[in-house]
Design a protein around this ligand. Structure first.
Ligand code: ADP
Ligand code: ASP
Ligand code: MG
Length: 449
């Protein structure tokens, strides 16, 4: 394979119905360098699967949700020219959804949850490959569990990079010599072959990992917006697409809530210097954002992001003044529970830090265990219903006037915590979730309009 290889990933809306899938197929067929197509589950399907996995539901409620999934998949199947090719396989996958949803331990076993969650991508990749074939593209549906080796942290698995590299070279590289593979984002398997998933939104990460493993030149993330914007276009219609971003800026934006990219996407790209493109599968002619190592401009403020579902934990000990090692104890408890702290401030007797707390996730559970253990060594208080708003840019700490402009834009709001200085690419605020839309709009208006 030449190093001009392109990996193209298509998100849920892009593969949500037959005509949307056709747009994706055209994008793939029009670029002969695209040999790997990574797809998400059709829009809405993963949310339904998450409900089946986590809520305790009556038989009728399960039937209703399974039926909703079946309708989405069948609306695609029924438009296919040669539907008999994939029909039986789709029926089997839907039967699996039904059986797992009714498994008596589904709400308690993360391995079963992952098996269930993986079915969204397994169904969409089957159907998308069939659409490519009817457009005369030599496409094969490839089971990513053969190469996406992960640990066994079900619902939030981490890839084993060297195994992913070795297996991709061994199993994918030969196929893409003369076929396009259509494979599942988000899904992996541990060393025992048990299905795992990479966490919500993880298909972007899959694409970047495959691009890294196969030394691709580019990795395209095709979604429902024409690039990465100055802020989430759902928060303000004044948001505008950015022609280019540096890896650092993009990583910062993704980490601090720009959902258009999964937070882990940039790391593999950075390691192998793979250029990442973000564009709209519906309007490919409108271009998009290039995320590259060296970009032409490095403005002090590039974008504003917002991350939801934050908890602010404050641990306090009157003994801290004397007790060296308190910080160490607190952080060793956090590390033991494998939590990552994002923002942190300290005073003489207290430390405040934020934790990600998305409902129904492994981090929510880990947070509870951590808080219980912290309570045994100090006073712990927890604030909920908070968001983090972040201004992302460059050299923010050394450019005169940047912080005063930012603070004066939001002087009317209560800021629960401020983090600035450690990272030259970001200034973050913890704010009440009810204020965050208005804070983002005020910052956007002052910095970019
Ligand atoms: P996909 O299903 O294709 O992975 P996502 O819904 O995960 O798509 O991501 C696309 C969405 O990300 C957009 O519709 C937009 O609302 C949201 N988003 C958040 N921040 C940004 C941003 N800075 N630029 C563009 N989109 C953003
Ligand atoms: N289907 C998964 C989700 O909705 C993964 C993805 O779309 O990236 O989270
Ligand atoms: Mg996404």
């Amino acid at each position: 394979m030449t190093n001009s290889l392109n990996v193209a990933k298509f998100g849920g809306t892009s593969v949500g119905n037959y005509s949307a899938i056709k747009n994706c197929a055209r994008i793939v067929i029009n670029n002969p360098n695209t040999r790997i197509m990574v797809v998400s589950a059709a829009s809405g399907v993963t949310n339904h699967l998450v409900t089946l996995a986590n809520a305790s539901l009556s038989n009728d409620e399960i039937s209703d949700i399974v039926e909703k999934i079946r309708v989405i998949e069948f609306s695609i199947l029924n438009e296919l020219k040669y539907k008999q090719e994939v029909e039986d396989k789709l029926f089997t996958l839907l039967d699996n959804v039904n059986a797992l949803a009714r498994h008596e331990e589904i709400n308690f076993r993360d391995d079963l949850k992952d098996e269930l969650l993986s079915l969204g991508e397994r169904m969409s990749s089957l159907l998308v490959a069939a659409v490519l074939r009817e457009m005369d593209c030599n496409a094969v549906n490839f089971d990513i569990r053969k190469t996406m080796r992960t640990d066994s942290v079900f619902t939030a698995a981490s890839p084993d990079l060297s195994e992913v590299g070795r297996l991709s070279q061994q199993l994918i590289a030969p196929i893409i010599q003369d076929s396009v593979i259509v494979t599942q984002g988000f899904v992996g398997a541990d060393e025992n072959g048990q299905t795992t998933t990479l966490g919500r939104g993880g298909s972007d990460f899959t694409a970047a990992l495959l691009a890294e493993a196969l030394s691709a030149e580019t990795c395209e993330i095709w979604t429902d917006v024409i690039g990465v914007y100055t802020t989430d276009p759902r928060i303000t219609d004044k948001a505008r697409p950015l022609p280019e971003l540096s890896f650092e800026e993009a990583a910062e934006m993704a980490t601090f809530g720009a959902k258009v990219l999964h937070p882990a996407t940039i790391e593999p790209a950075l390691r192998k210097n793979v250029k990442v493109f973000v564009g709209s599968s519906k309007e490919p002619e409108n271009g998009g954002t290039w995320i590259v190592k060296d970009c032409e401009s490095r403005p002090s403020c590039r974008a504003v992001t917002r991350r939801r579902d934050q908890v602010l934990v404050t641990v306090k000990t009157p003994k801290m003044m004397y007790a060296q090692g308190f910080l160490e104890k607190v952080f060793s408890i956090i590390a033991k529970h494998k939590l990552s702290v994002d923002l942190i401030t300290t005073s003489e007797i207290a430390i405040s830090f934020t934790l990600d707390n998305p409902p129904n996730t492994i981090s929510q559970k880990m947070n509870q265990d951590t808080l219980e253990e912290l309570s045994s060594i100090c006073e712990v208080s927890v604030d909920q219903d908070l968001d983090v708003v972040t201004v992302v840019g460059n050299n923010m700490h050394s450019e005169a006037g940047v912080s005063s402009r930012i603070f004066s834009a939001i002087s009317d709001f209560n800021l629960r915590m401020i983090c600035f200085g450690a990272n030259v690419h970001n200034l973050s605020f913890v704010v009440a979730e009810n204020d965050s839309d208005n804070i983002v709009r005020a910052l956007h208006s002052s910095l970019f309009e």
